[in-house]
Design a protein around this ligand. Structure first.
Ligand SMILES: [Zn+2]
Length: 382
């Protein structure tokens, strides 16, 4: 468990106390008051104190506002049998906020605070998410500053925010309104107010809530679009857009082979070694050793060849001329140049671990003019 760094991180003093701390405080108060009651009881019985002087409402640790107790007959109010009733009236929890009372004694109550987790060697986004009972999207949404929405950027030693529930994380900016933030993240204002960890009263003015710029809100159920970290679509008709992707961009492209209408498996490795196809990972990570061959999945023209600024490392894009493109990333070596014809099965490069990658594998994407990025498993099998 030592790798699960706990604590509230940057939430600082606004973070709720841990349940253990709270329990200890309750037990401590209980003990002190019990002792005090015992002493008073003894004094009363021995006749040292006049009974009229004992008022539970002014006893040590008592809640000054609890008038029902102060009206009670002292002789019965201090009986040991009454102690649970004291507690049930909130007597012993006087210093604890009202909202926390009902759940103080439940040890496995839902976590409200954000904890920090130090990424270990061998961790994946899915593994960490599963460990904390969260969706992997929640990890990306909670850690944009660290991961930039790119699951490949996960590295040992990074510190991640682990949200207490699935959803998003929002840094409050001056001028924000709760309505606008809720709308942007696809939730209602009540969803934000209802989350206890946000410490917001239900009657706040949604257009001017008491939040300082930089305050961090947990938005249960919140969703947002992933910031595009992927390479733009590159075809032989518009190779210039590849300039956005990095130095591997090609200039004008001449005609070349057309795809066969089907794809072959692009390398010798047959299984996944990393991310499968998801909303935030638009391809599949195929296992492979450094230097394994990468094959053109269908015939076409090389429309990108070289370094990518999007974390793909050395990358090749083949345009198949029939509305389809395939993309091969993290290569150790590129064997083709811009505009070159590639026929299905030709070796276009070698498996590597360049760019945002933690070990040799082939990141493979299939894209259509019509459908955008598609799940490669629907079009090619090992
Ligand atoms: Zn990948």
């Amino acid at each position: 468990m030592k790798n699960e760094a706990s604590g509230s991180g940057s939430r600082g003093s606004r973070a709720p106390k841990s349940s253990t701390t709270r329990r200890n405080r309750v037990l401590g108060t209980f003990g002190v008051l019990g002792l005090a009651v015992g002493v008073f009881s003894g004094l009363l019985v021995s006749g040292v104190l006049p009974s009229g002087l004992f008022d539970p409402a002014t006893a040590p640790g008592a809640h000054p506002g609890d008038s029902s107790r102060s009206r009670a007959d002292p002789a019965t109010a201090i009986g040991v049998d009454d102690l649970p009733a004291f507690y049930g009236n909130g007597y012993f929890a006087a210093g604890i906020s009202r909202r926390a009372n009902p759940i103080t004694l439940i040890p496995d109550r839902p976590r409200q605070e954000i904890v920090r987790y130090a990424v270990q060697r061998g961790d994946t986004l899915f593994g960490i998410a599963e460990r904390f009972g969260l969706q992997p999207e929640t990890l990306l949404w909670g850690n944009y500053d660290t991961l930039k929405d790119d699951p490949h950027s996960l590295r040992p030693g990074q510190e991640l925010n682990i949200l207490p529930v699935d959803g998003t994380y929002y840094h409050w900016n001056s001028g924000d309104t709760l309505g606008a933030v809720a709308g942007f993240l696809g939730v209602s204002v009540e969803d934000i107010l209802d989350w206890p960890g946000n410490d917001l009263a239900h009657n706040v003015d949604p257009s001017d809530p008491p939040l300082e710029p930089g305050a961090e809100l947990v938005i249960p159920g919140g969703r947002r679009e992933f910031v595009t970290w992927r390479a733009p679509r590159i075809t032989r008709a518009n190779p210039a857009v590849a300039r956005l992707a990095g130095p591997g961009a090609c200039g004008s492209i001449y005609d070349g082979p057309i795809g066969e209408g089907y794809f072959i498996w692009p390398t010798t490795g047959r299984s996944l070694s990393g991310y499968d196809y998801t909303d935030f990972h638009p391809g599949i990570d195929i296992e492979g050793g450094e230097g394994n061959p990468i094959f053109a999945s269908a015939s076409g023209v090389i429309v990108y060849s070289g370094w990518s600024d999007y974390g793909y490392g050395l990358m090749v894009v083949v345009d198949h001329g029939d509305g389809w493109q395939t993309l091969y990333a993290h290569m150790s070596q590129v064997n083709v140049v811009c505009g070159q014809a590639a026929f299905q099965g030709n070796v276009i490069g070698l498996v590597g671990s360049t760019g945002n990658s933690t070990g040799p594998h082939l990141h493979f994407e299939v894209e259509s003019d019509l459908y955008g990025k598609v799940n490669p498993w629907d079009y090619v099998s090992p």
